[in-house]
Design a protein around this ligand. Structure first.
Ligand code: AMP
Length: 271
C-alpha cells in the first residue's frame, strides 16, 4: 500500500465490534485510501484479576462486519507473534497514567502504549483513529506520538451511544437486563453535571457530589472514580473555568464501565 503511494488509515481494536468501532472505521474510510483494522485482545493491558480470559470474542462476525464496511486488511496477530518469549520492552508515560483509570488499573496504560507502539511499527499507518469514549487512552496516545516523534496523525471520534445514552462498549455484553438498566446511571450522572454547569455551577466538588449521589442511588453500583479535569493534562480542577473533562468509572454488578463528557460553561465559549 505504501509503495503504491496510498494513505493508510488504521483502527486498532480488541474486537467484538459494535457500532462505536464501526463509526471509527467509517470515519477512517473517509480519511485516506486504504483502511486497516486490527483485532487483538492485548494481554499486557489487563491486570491479574481483570477479564482477559472472559473478554468477549467473535472473530467470524467481526470479519463479516469489517468486509461490509470495506476494510482493506484485517490484522489479527496472536499473543506469541506480538509478545514472544523473552519479551521485555514497555512504553511508559510519566504523568498521564497518574490520573483516572491509571490509578486503579496500574498496568493498563503501559499495556496500551506498548501495544499501540508495536501495532504502529508493524502496520505503518499515516493516520490512526481512536474513540473519545476511552478519553485517557486517546490522550496517552496523542502524547506518546508527540513525545516519540511517530509520523502518524491521530484522529479522535466522539463517543457512540445506544439510543438511551449508554456508551457502546464490548463489555456491555456482560450486563444482565437489570444491570443494563442500572448502567444508565453513568450517562445520567454526566447529564446532571452538564446541567449544573449550564446553570452556572462552577465548583468541582459540588458537581462531583451531585454525580456521586446520582450513581449511589442505583443499587449494585460501585464508584471507582468521578473526576473533573483538564482535558489535556488530566490534572484535577477545583473550579470549572473552561472546557473540562468529566470522567467516571463505575462497576455495575461485576462489570467496570467508563464514560466521559466535556463540560463547557456557556461563558467560556470561544475562549
Ligand atoms: P476496544 O476494542 O474497546 O479496545 O476499542 C477500540 C477503539 O474503539 C478505541 O479507540 C475505543 O476508544 C473505540 N471505541 C470503543 N467504544 C466506542 C464508542 N462507544 N464510541 C466511540 N469509540 C469507541
Amino acid at each position: 500500500m505504501r509503495s503504491q503511494g496510498k494513505t493508510i488509515v488504521f483502527v486498532p481494536t480488541m474486537g467484538f465490534l459494535h457500532e462505536g468501532h464501526l463509526t471509527l472505521l467509517k470515519t477512517g474510510r473517509t480519511l485516506g485510501d486504504d483502511l486497516i483494522l486490527s483485532i487483538f485482545v492485548n494481554p499486557t493491558q489487563f491486570g491479574p484479576n481483570e477479564d482477559l480470559d472472559t473478554y468477549p470474542r467473535d472473530l467470524g462476525r467481526d470479519l463479516d462486519l469489517a468486509s461490509r464496511i470495506g476494510v482493506d486488511a484485517v490484522f489479527t496477530p496472536d499473543r506469541e507473534t506480538l509478545y514472544g518469549s523473552n519479551y521485555q520492552t514497555y512504553v511508559n508515560l510519566e504523568n498521564l497514567p497518574r490520573h483516572l483509570c491509571g490509578l486503579s488499573r496500574p498496568v493498563f496504560l503501559q499495556g496500551v502504549a506498548t501495544v499501540v507502539t508495536k501495532l504502529f511499527n508493524i502496520v505503518k499507518p499515516h493516520i490512526a483513529v481512536f474513540g473519545e469514549k476511552d478519553f485517557q487512552q486517546l490522550t496517552v496516545i496523542q502524547q506518546m506520538v508527540r513525545d516519540l516523534n511517530f509520523d502518524i496523525r491521530i484522529e479522535g471520534v466522539p463517543t457512540v451511544r445506544e439510543p438511551d445514552g449508554l456508551a457502546m462498549s464490548s463489555r456491555n455484553a456482560y450486563l444482565s437486563k437489570s444491570q443494563r438498566a442500572d448502567a444508565l446511571c453513568l450517562i445520567r450522572a454526566l447529564e446532571t453535571a452538564r446541567g449544573m454547569v449550564t446553570s452556572g455551577e462552577r465548583s468541582a466538588a459540588t458537581i462531583i457530589d451531585a454525580a456521586e449521589a446520582r450513581i449511589s442511588a442505583t443499587p449494585g453500583t460501585r464508584i471507582d472514580y468521578i473526576a473533573l479535569c483538564d482535558p489535556e493534562t488530566l490534572d484535577n480542577v477545583t473550579v470549572v473555568r473552561g472546557p473540562t473533562l468529566m470522567a467516571l468509572a463505575v462497576t455495575v454488578g461485576q462489570t467496570r464501565l467508563i464514560d466521559n463528557m466535556i463540560l463547557d460553561p456557556p461563558d467560556s465559549q470561544g475562549l
